[in-house]
Structure formats: structure tokens, C-alpha cells
Design a protein around this ligand. Structure first.
Ligand code: CTP
Length: 389
């Protein structure tokens, strides 16, 4: 999603400046062309040479360079995505109030790029009402602000203010650049998403399950949450990390997932059942380890069909999206499931994309079929865009 994109990273003077070296490296590995602007204070933490070595591109830090007299305009015009990471309280305050007194703040005001801000600072500084007001001002003006992570901070405190992991920032850049300025359209929406593979207990050690990795469900949750929706992710076993900015509940078995989903479903505008829900559970799981014998049989019984029941009690304006994982007759089987389960949309996909980063799907609604090919994050963005249209 970032191949060939011009990404300008503005690095301001916080200890997290060293982490943006990794961010720059990761963006470059994804095919982006990465240029850097550093503030004077940022150079106290990392040198321009570090970034130059990583990106292979120019690093700029001065307004008044005789060789490049109007660089603030040239760089601003060059950038398609302009991200300030880390953004200190000082730089946030400046750009929220239109102050342009160095190369970074001047470029940020001048450019037409998609503008993203990643605050990182001490928790009390972050929670300070002036800083919060400035962040809100930026959000209200259409700037994209990625919430900081929560955890141990360099100052010794623990709380909100941590610079997010580079991969989370990269995914946020992908989602933000996909949606551009359409970002506010999900602000008042509540979206419930399920993901992953249920595990049905055989004995304390063993279970039956399936190959779902949860990648698609987590990607949908990322796309929706970054667009401003209030997202709840109910997940079974997943191989993906749930990002720090998404609320989640773990429901390992189909029965637990049924209870969690049904308990809150009525409060949501959109429900996306992406989980590979187990169709069967073990009738009478053993409490102690089953010892080896010649042959054994397991008695399986049907679980409840969560999507079917959601379809039965669906409110008129609720959007209900199912997934149909098929190995043959993909479209016909998916359409039949959409009607049977009373969904507004169904996404037909091949079983064989489980666990992979790339996918091929068809998004089906009453009057439309849309082919989606690409990374799971990109198709997640397309699905979210399409279902809220
Ligand atoms: N689903 C569900 N509860 C179940 C089984 C499936 O909510 N007990 C949901 C899935 O989350 C998915 C949709 O129903 O959104 C279709 O799931 P799929 O496994 O493709 O189909 P099934 O209905 O289980 O039918 P079959 O296994 O016969 O294809």
C-alpha cells in the first residue's frame, strides 16, 4: 500500500526520536521513499546521519540553507504523506496555533499532504488540558492523530504517552493514506467485529480448531478504529496482536463467543462476523488428560449459529456482515448464506487464504458484487468504505 509513496517524517525533540529511525527503516522496506525533517532538539537525541544512512535520502533541518532557499515549499510539495513522529507537546502546540518558526512547523503548514501526528511524551504532559485542547483542535481541523500507546515511559512513569510500535504506526499510515480526508465518516459509529479460530476443548491439553489466523478480523478492526469508529473486537485464538487502541474481549469457544456477541449486539450499528466459528463442540470434554488407547471416538454436537441468530433479531438500520469461507462454488454458496442468515453483506473468500497476508475476496450485497484483491489491511479498508456508503 506504500510502494513508491513519498513519506516525509518530521522528527521533533523527544526521547522517542530514536524509535523513528526504526519507523523510517520499516517504511523504506515497504517500498516508500522516505525523507526526514528534524528539529534542532531532535538532533540532541539522534543525528541526521543516522536517518540519512537508513533512508538513503536527504535529511533537512535548517530553514536558511543558501543551497536550497525555498526548501520548506519544495519538501511540502514533494510529500504525499507527512507524519510528525514523535510529536512533542511543543510542536503540537505550534501547529495547532499556526506557528511556523522552523523548517518542520513551516513545512507542515505549507504542504497539501495527508498529515498525521503521533504524540509521544510524559503521561502528565499528555494529559495536560492545554495539550489535550491542542490535540482536539488538530483533530477538529481534520489532522489525523494516532493515540499514543500506554505503558512504561522513558521518564520512569507508566501511562499513556508511549511512542507506538513502528508496525502499528505503519499500519495507521496505510489506513490513513487509504482514506485520506474521508476519515471522519465513522466518528459516531459503533462496530462489533469477531475474529479468529475457536478452540473446542477435548481435554485440558487438546482441542479442535481451524486454520483462521484472525488477520482479516484484526485488519477490519484497525481500519474501522483508525477511521474514528468505536470498535469492540471479540476474538478467539488469533495469531495477530490486538493494537493498543482497540477494545477487545477474548472468547475462546463458540459458546463463549455466542454469549459475548449476543450480550452486546443490540448496541452496535455494524456487526462483522469474521471469526471462523466452530460448527461443532465436544459433547463431554474430559477434565483429565485422555490416556492413549487403540482408537477413540469423539462425540461432537452442533454449536449455535451466531450470525444466523443476529440476522433473526437484526434492527432495520443495522448492518450485518458475514464471511463465507469456501473451497468450491464460492459465490453461489456465499449468496445462499447471505439470504439464509439475513445479512446485508457477505464476503466470499477462499479457504486457502487463511493465515496469509494477501487475500482475494468478493464483497456481495443485494445489488452488487465487488472483487477485492490485495493485502488484508487494504481489503479491510475497502470493505469498511463500502459497507458504510
Ligand atoms: N458463523 C456463526 N456461527 C457459526 C458458524 C458460522 O456466526 N456457528 C458465521 C461465520 O462467522 C461467518 C458465517 O457464519 O460469518 C459463515 O460461516 P461459514 O463457516 O462459512 O459457514 P457455515 O454457516 O458454518 O456453513 P458451512 O460450514 O456449511 O459452509
Amino acid at each position: 500500500m506504500l510502494k513508491g509513496k513519498h513519506v516525509l517524517i518530521g522528527v521533533s525533540g523527544g526521547i522517542a526520536a530514536y524509535k523513528s529511525v526504526e519507523l523510517a527503516s520499516m517504511l523504506k522496506k515497504q517500498g516508500a521513499i522516505v525523507k526526514i525533517i528534524m528539529t534542532k532538539n531532535a538532533q540532541e537525541f539522534v543525528t541526521p546521519l543516522t536517518f540519512k544512512s537508513i533512508t538513503g535520502e536527504s535529511v533537512s533541518y535548517t530553514m536558511f540553507d543558501e543551497e536550497k532557499p525555498i526548501e520548506h515549499i519544495a519538501l511540502a510539495d514533494w510529500a504525499e504523506i507527512f507524519i510528525i513522529a514523535p510529536a512533542t507537546a511543543n510542536v503540537i502546540g505550534k501547529i495547532a496555533n499556526g506557528i511556523a518558526d522552523d523548517l518542520l512547523s513551516t513545512c507542515f503548514l505549507a504542504g497539501k499532504a495527508i498529515k498525521i501526528i503521533v504524540p509521544a511524551m510524559n503521561v502528565y504532559m499528555y494529559e495536560n488540558k492545554v495539550v489535550q485542547r491542542n490535540i482536539q483542535t488538530l483533530r477538529d481541523l481534520g489532522y489525523l492523530v494516532l493515540d499514543p500507546d500506554i505503558g512504561y515511559l522513558a521518564c520512569g512513569y507508566s501511562g499513556k504517552g508511549r511512542f507506538p510500535e513502528s508496525r502499528e504506526i505503519v499500519d495507521a499510515i496505510k489506513v490513513f493514506s487509504y482514506f485520506g480526508t474521508k476519515i471522519i465518516s465513522l466518528q459516531n459509529k459503533k462496530i462489533l467485529i469477531t475474529a479468529g479460530a475457536n478452540r473446542e476443548k477435548i481435554d485440558p491439553m487438546r482441542f479442535i480448531s481451524n486454520r483462521s489466523s484472525g488477520k482479516m478480523g484484526v485488519s477490519l478492526a484497525k481500519a474501522a478504529a483508525l477511521m474514528g469508529a468505536k470498535v469492540m473486537l471479540i476474538h478467539a485464538h488469533i495469531e495477530e496482536k490486538v493494537p493498543y487502541y482497540i477494545d477487545s474481549i477474548k472468547a475462546e469457544t463458540a459458546n463463549l463467543m455466542y454469549n459475548e456477541v449476543m450480550g452486546i449486539a443490540d448496541n452496535y450499528d455494524i456487526i462483522i462476523m469474521c471469526a471462523a466459528v466452530a460448527d461443532y463442540t465436544i459433547e463431554d470434554p474430559a477434565n483429565e488428560k485422555i490416556k492413549k488407547k487403540e482408537n477413540i471416538s469423539l462425540q461432537l454436537s452442533r454449536t449455535k449459529d451466531i450470525l444466523f441468530e443476529l440476522g433473526q433479531r437484526k434492527k432495520d438500520n443495522q448492518i450485518l456482515v458475514g464471511f463465507a469461507a469456501e473451497s468450491e462454488d464460492m459465490i453461489d454458496n456465499a449468496k445462499a448464506k447471505m439470504i439464509k442468515k439475513n445479512c446485508t453483506h457477505i464476503i466470499a473468500n477462499s479457504l486457502y487464504t487463511s493465515g496469509k497476508d494477501e487475500t482475494e475476496q468478493v464483497l456481495i450485497s443485494k445489488d452488487k458484487e465487488l472483487k477485492l484483491i490485495g493485502s488484508k489491511l487494504e481489503t479491510a479498508c475497502k470493505i469498511i468504505e463500502e459497507i458504510v456508503k
